[in-house]
Design a protein around this ligand. Structure first.
Ligand code: BG6
Length: 514
């Protein structure tokens, strides 16, 4: 689709695949630098980039937090994080490099800038000297690895103390990364968005949804747009339903208190599952430039129909959840959701997008499955088993094509056969999703980040679940596929994962691991 806004410049924007090592020195300020997210995901991502030679030659990491600790103490924390959560294959040299580049600064408040502005300014000078460049070119990234309620005050504080602009008011050298959830309701989303746009230009803002950074999610494009065979069936004429299924065997563990205030729908659906649905549903973009891909995802989200909570949503809670420490007595928080989403456009009219995720389920997997239609004129009639194209988003990812084949032997019996391609069998070395997205931030590449228009539509479609018609949670046994009603939602063929019905029962599994 071509709009008047398309210019030759936009068409020459770099496509996602063409990253070189960033030349400009980098100051990475990790707000919430001692927190769980920083330790488990952000610091290990830095080490992954260091290992792959994808960080600039000159850089520094400043963790921030309330109680100031010494540089030595922070470096110990960084080293311990890498020992505990570092990617396999990270060498001692990488650990040492990340550790040595790290220091700690007290947090910044709206009324009190603390040391941070001075520390950034000094680092700009030192790094620019070392690199022989102008301090104005040093890139400063503020990574907000903090609870969502702290996004607004911190954004205001950064602006109040001159940290949202580079030298000479340049916006292009200062970037701010927001974790999910970006808003907790349509209203909170709008408020946050207004605060952010008050002080930052959109090109400075990076909203993370790490499912978009997964290797296999990126492969959804390639599979479709680079393979005519598959691209040709990607529509309602050939696809009967789409399943986006992310069951987890995980408990809510240490996060019970946070989780009890959130639940599966808010934690997973309005963010990850909706974004993946938009990736599947999007029309071919005119070009691979970030603006075109992001717009294609936005256009798909704009066609999401508001969830019909009375007919299309099943919420569940695993038995025993209410006894967990940190969970409120009589909690009605959902630990499971199955939903049927409709996408009102020409390509997908009448095709249900079935979304499912939950904790303490029978298996862990992250699957996108296109259940294919049975050809009504098929010579084999009803004997034809239904084929599927499926993409596993877990780990390095995998693609499976399941097709009707002849069962070997004297009779003409039909059977389903599956061909599987593990993406780590393909030459190359994948980056974990957070590292891939951090690399994009360093390059100013927005391709795999969410946009305000897209999020506004995600919240619009999700909003009925926050209202008075929200269905009651139904109990399910830990280790099962959720409440029985969720199986009905998928229709006669059931869920692709978890057996023919994929609901209510224990056991089952998948090859996805996780
Ligand atoms: C997070 C959710 O965003 O994604 C977790 O908060 C969930 O509840 C996790 O377990 C799943 O993603 P991944 O890629 O870590 O398996």
């Amino acid at each position: 689709m071509i709009t008047p806004a398309d210019t030759p410049d936009q068409l020459t924007e770099p496509a996602h695949a063409t990253h070189a090592v960033p030349g400009a020195p980098l100051v990475l300020v990790l707000h919430g630098g001692r927190g769980d997210l920083a330790r488990r995901l952000v610091i290990p991502s830095l080490a992954a980039l260091q290992h792959r030679g994808l960080l600039p030659a000159h850089w520094a990491l400043f963790g921030t937090g309330r109680d100031v600790i010494s540089t030595q103490e922070y470096q110990d924390l960084v080293r311990d994080s890498l020992t505990e959560f570092g990617q396999k294959g990270i060498a001692d040299d990488d650990v040492a490099a990340v550790t040595q580049h790290s220091a700690f600064v007290g947090e910044v408040g709206e009324d009190d800038p603390g040391d941070l502005p001075g520390v950034i300014e000094k680092a700009r000078g030192v790094l620019a000297d070392a690199a022989g460049t102008d301090p104005a070119d040093v890139v400063v990234v503020h990574y907000l690895a903090i609870p969502p309620q702290a996004f607004e005050p911190l954004t205001k504080a950064l602006a109040a103390h001159g940290m949202t602009r580079g030298h000479d008011g340049r916006p292009d050298t200062v970037r701010v990364v927001y974790e999910k959830p970006y808003g907790t309701s349509p209203e909170r989303f709008r408020e946050l968005d207004a605060v952010v746009h008050d002080v930052l230009e959109e090109q400075q803002v990076f909203r993370i949804d790490h499912f978009l950074g997964k290797e296999a999610t990126q492969n959804l494009h390639v599979l479709r747009f680079a393979n005519e065979l598959i691209g040709a069936v990607w529509n309602r004429h050939h696809v009967a339903q789409v399943q986006i299924d992310v069951p987890e065997t995980l408990d809510v563990g240490q996060r019970a208190e946070f989780y009890d205030g959130t639940g599966a729908a808010l934690d997973m659906v309005v963010s990850h599952l909706f974004q993946v649905a938009a990736e599947v549903a999007m029309e071919p973009p005119r070009h691979l430039a970030a603006s075109h891909l992001a717009r294609a995802r936005e256009d798909a989200l704009a066609c999401f129909r508001e969830l019909d909570v009375a007919h299309d949503v099943v919420l569940g809670q695993f038995e025993g959840y209410r006894h967990l420490e940190g969970v409120a007595e009589g909690s009605t928080t959902d630990t499971f959701i199955a939903a049927r989403l409709w996408i009102d456009n020409e390509r997908w009219r009448g095709v249900p997008f079935l979304l499912r995720t939950g904790k303490r389920m029978a298996a862990s997997a992250q699957r996108v499955t296109l259940v294919l239609r049975r050809d009504p004129t098929s010579l084999y009639g009803d004997r034809v088993p239904v084929g599927r194209i499926s993409v596993s988003l877990a780990g390095d990812g995998a693609i499976e094509v399941t097709a009707a084949v002849k069962r070997p032997g004297p009779d003409l019996d039909l059977e389903l056969g599956t061909a599987r391609l593990d993406l780590d069998d393909v030459d190359g070395e994948s980056l974990p999703p957070y590292a891939s997205l951090l690399d994009d931030v360093l390059h100013g590449d927005h391709t795999l980040f969410t946009t305000p228009a897209g999020l506004a539509d995600a919240w619009r479609a999700f909003a009925p679940l926050l209202g008075p018609d929200r269905p009651q949670v139904q109990p399910y046994p830990p280790g099962s596929w959720g409440p029985a009603a969720a199986a009905e939602l998928a229709g006669p063929g059931g869920w692709a994962l978890g057996g023919s019905k994929g609901g209510g029962s224990k056991g089952g599994g998948s090859k996805d691991g996780g």
